[in-house]
Write a protein that binds this ligand. Sequence first.
Ligand code: ATP
Ligand code: SF4
Ligand code: MG
Length: 334
Amino acid sequence: MMERTLLEVKNLQTHFSTYRGTLRAVDGVSLTVRRGETLALVGESGCGKSVTGLSIMRLVRRPGRIIQGEISFDKEDLLKKPRAEMRQIRGGRIAMVFQDPLSTLNPAFTVQNQISESLKIHGVASGREAKERSIQLLEAMGIPAARERLRNYPHELSGGMRQRVMIAIAASCEPELLIADEPTTALDVTLQAQIMDLLAQIKKERGLAIILITHDLGIVSQFSDRAAVMYAGHIVEQGAVESLLEEPLHPYTRGLLQCVPRLGRPDLPITPIEGSVPDMAALPTGCRFAPRCPHVMEHCWQSMPLTYEPAPGRSVRCFLYGEAGDSVRGVDTT
Ligand SMILES: Nc1ncnc2c1ncn2[C@@H]1O[C@H](COP(=O)(O)OP(=O)(O)OP(=O)(O)O)[C@@H](O)[C@H]1O
Ligand code: SF4
Ligand SMILES: [Mg+2]
């Protein structure tokens, strides 16, 4: 059954003006998130994953700017919303969890202050009710002695506890979409698993849709329904997780998979992708992966591949899929 589309990002461009010129961090990104599903956004460091998340929240700061595109959330373009309305949506219908909770939690306020503030701003609860609700939220996040924790300041909590508090704040207003940017990277493996299970549970109970930004392909396979692979400001491949991981189409996706041990196949070698992500302020003219691609062809250096749909629900931005005759549909996303 097809779930309904919740978020549709079309041709999003977010650039940074730097002394070295324009840095095209997000360069024509299109993606879709359906209600209740988890879309993983994967790619190496610096590919534009966080800037994509921040753009959806309209939290990009100078020298960054959303140049163009459409961010349609429940059929309304967020880029056209007045600031005040956007503030209500942010932390309300769309929430975000960041990699480092210490940088997002306010060090000067207790856990209670911060959760209550969120509940109050979004008109969910205030006063005594907010306190009771905060306790319930912390308990739901598996935080022991929740009532006492409310009096703590962020620095008094462990890393895992802080991340749970962040998720509690994010979940407090019952968002429809949660953007989780590397929510477990700073944590040890056991805590990672606990936090991911917690997110999976919230997703199931509340029908929450999640954009899960991660480097970890293990987390992708375990916790997401679909995945979008990002490279140098572009989405280069998108599809259902099982098919994308079992049969990766884009040479970059294949490269990423070869960097990690494959489940049940200890015989396969682990090979890192040679080279590095291009300088985003001086991008190659043709395909951005050309300098690292084992399949590079002459025309890859000159022109940018379009996004093709070689199978239903699969899309890939690579010339290898654009020459199979007219059964292949090219969609220009730039
Ligand atoms: N405030 C900023 N000023 C200038 N450039 C920026 C700024 N924020 C991000 N960028 C650039 O935008 C590009 C994309 O960055 P982004 O943080 O989205 O990468 P990422 O995919 O999230 O990487 P990571 O996995 O390391 O978090 C990078 O080249 C980065 O240097
Ligand atoms: S378009 Fe060419 S260089 Fe780019 S990924 Fe495909 S084959 Fe490789
Ligand atoms: Mg990031």
